[in-house]
Design a protein around this ligand. Structure first.
Ligand code: CLR
Length: 391
């Protein structure tokens, strides 16, 4: 296949890159990719994919029936997949290698939606070795908060990069004091040989609610049933009764899917990721951003990548990396650790433990430098400081 992807001039660079992958071990951030596959967006921004449809994000808050609520949480989760895993292809022509966030890097933003009201995002790089991003997204009006963290573990083979996501998310509905533990699917990068990489999902996602419902999503890549890309099937059932299906969902997460009542087989809802509009995220102008905010911190690098100027890209990247090395050295000398602004490690989390046990999920804290949670107290004291300094 001489299909999309690598232009003639890039062919030899690409094939030596492929050869280097075959023998690569370690984390993805240290992979040296050819210039045309570099993105000027930092991985810390990817947390925003969770809420680009704010009204679907908050919809469960106004559903009184717990089983239907669980279904709406599943629908929201499914509605995020196209943005999470296809949007680089759509915007940039292929999957790209994101900028590797530095420790403490922030990405802050807000979605304003006529129906849902304001939904806010805080994303923070809480670990650099290994890379781990933590985030929270909340909508005060509807009493919804999502929080989570994630890292990646890669393994390489000749044609694919296999990526296991390590981490999880917790979706909270204030009005019902209800929590949902969300596990993350594994993925693999296809299309490498053609120079047009794209993501396919595999394995499963579980969404376990504290109200006693489980959703299970199975990803089948190019489905053996439909033969279509990005196929999945999902079911909602009372926990422990996998055969007692209440709702089933089937289709493609990048195109369209239908939701059925499992007993009557009638279609009760349908959703089309392909035609649904995303709500743009509002981010402060660069000159009003904090120094640790991603787009401000990476501005020079992003500009150089945009200009295809690899020399400047290299020097500007090194500036950031050297600064970071200095910071770490100083911390070590002073026997302290970089203080995360919004998140902290937790030793125990009862709600999480209970939900995790029901689906046999383990957090693997050793691979993410801890289990990370939103720290409301830190946030409140930052707000207070802000008010007192009048900014
Ligand atoms: C990050 C967390 C998001 C979902 C998500 C989507 C795409 C993933 C990304 C995560 C992690 C980084 C990733 C990316 C696809 C490609 C990229 C695995 C899991 C790697 C680092 C790029 C490798 C370079 C090839 C394009 C050659 O919620």
């Amino acid at each position: 296949g001489e299909s999309a992807g690598v232009a003639a001039a890039n062919k030899s660079t690409w094939s030596s890159f492929l050869k280097s992958i075959a023998s690569f071990t370690g984390d993805l951030s240290s992979l040296t990719a050819p210039p045309f596959i570099l993105s000027s967006t930092s991985l810390v921004e990817y947390s925003s994919y969770w809420a680009e449809h704010p009204s679907i994000f908050v919809a469960p808050a106004s559903e009184p029936d717990p089983a239907k609520r669980a279904l709406l949480v599943l629908k929201w989760f499914l509605s995020t997949l196209k943005q999470q895993y296809c949007s680089r292809n759509e915007k940039l022509g292929s999957e790209k290698k994101p900028l590797n966030p530095f420790l403490g890097e922030l990405f802050l933003g807000k979605w304003e939606d006529d129906d849902a009201g304001a939904t806010e995002l805080i994303s923070e790089q809480v670990s650099h070795h290994p890379p781990v991003t933590a985030y929270t997204i909340w909508n005060e009006k509807n009493g919804i908060r999502l929080q989570g963290y994630n890292g990646q573990k890669a393994s390489f083979s000749v044609r694919t990069i296999n990526v296991k996501q390590i981490g999880h998310a917790i979706y909270h509905i204030g009005a019902y004091n209800e929590d949902y533990l969300i596990t993350l699917p594994s993925l693999h990068i296809e299309g490498l040989v053609y120079g047009a990489p794209y993501v396919e999902l595999n394995t499963y996602t579980y969404i376990q609610s504290s109200s006693g419902y489980t959703s299970k999503i199975s990803y089948s890549g190019k489905g053996w049933v439909s033969g279509k890309k990005n196929s999945f099937t999902a079911t909602v059932y009372p926990e422990g009764k996998e055969k007692d299906i209440l709702y089933s969902v089937e289709g493609q997460w990048n195109d369209a899917f239908t939701i059925r009542d499992a007993k009557t087989k009638t279609e009760i809802d349908a959703y089309s990721p392909k035609t649904s509009q995303v709500t743009p995220l509002t981010v402060a102008p660069l000159d009003q951003q904090d120094e640790l905010e991603s787009r401000r911190a990476w501005r020079a690098v992003a500009e150089a990548i945009g200009n295809g100027d690899m020399e400047t890209t290299g020097t500007e990247k090194s500036k950031i990396e050297n600064e970071q090395r200095e910071l770490r050295k100083k911390e070590k000398e002073e026997g302290r650790e970089w203080e995360r602004r919004y998140f902290g490690r937790v030793e125990t989390d009862e709600v999480f433990d209970q939900l995790a046990e029901k689906i046999g999920y383990q957090a693997e804290a050793d691979k993410t430098g801890g289990v990370w949670r939103w720290d409301e107290a830190k946030y409140q004291s930052l707000l207070k400081d802000d008010r007192e300094s009048g900014s």
